[in-house]
Write a protein that binds this ligand. Structure first.
Ligand code: TYD
Length: 135
């Protein structure tokens, strides 16, 4: 499952006026976008996320600054660097994710396939491992 976590390079339509990056639901990313949220003002030593989702898929884009995303499927782990505004990471459902190492200017844009529902979040790692059949 960790192999389904993939960096996506979005089309850029920049010209002499500057950059313009396009992210179309169901085209540049593999789901329809139902929710958008963004994270900024997190200190370098903060770890956010620390959860998995039963239903939601996500694409994360550092539209400003940089951060790292560690993904974990209970067996394998992988670290992605979000360091350019036209690069995103696709996260399938049921992947555990930590976001960390935020730069001072980091604005992490999150596109989600589902509306917010607290019940579809798995926030306890031991429970996650049980769900993934690892305990
Ligand atoms: P949280 O899931 O802890 O953020 P992250 O995983 O990105 O660090 O969310 C922080 C709070 O905001 C928590 O009380 C749930 C709430 N929240 C919503 O109400 N709607 C949303 O779409 C999101 C992402 C969070």
């Amino acid at each position: 499952m960790i192999d389904q976590c993939k960096l996506i390079e979005f089309p850029q339509n920049g010209d002499e006026r500057g950059h313009l990056v396009i992210v179309e639901g169901n085209q540049d990313i593999p789901f329809e976008i139902k929710r958008v949220f963004y994270i900024y003002g997190s200190n370098k030593d903060v770890i956010r996320g620390r959860h998995a989702n039963y239903n939601s898929e996500f694409v994360l884009i550092n539209v400003a600054g940089t951060s790292k995303v560690k993904v974990d499927d209970g067996t394998n782990q992988k670290i992605f660097n979000l360091d350019r505004p036209h690069i995103g990471i696709y996260l399938p459902k049921l992947v555990w994710k930590d976001m960390y190492d935020f730069s001072d200017d980091s604005v992490l844009l999150c596109l989600a396939s589902e509306h917010y529902d607290a019940k579809e979040y798995i926030r306890d790692y031991a429970t996650y491992l049980e769900i993934m059949g690892k305990r």
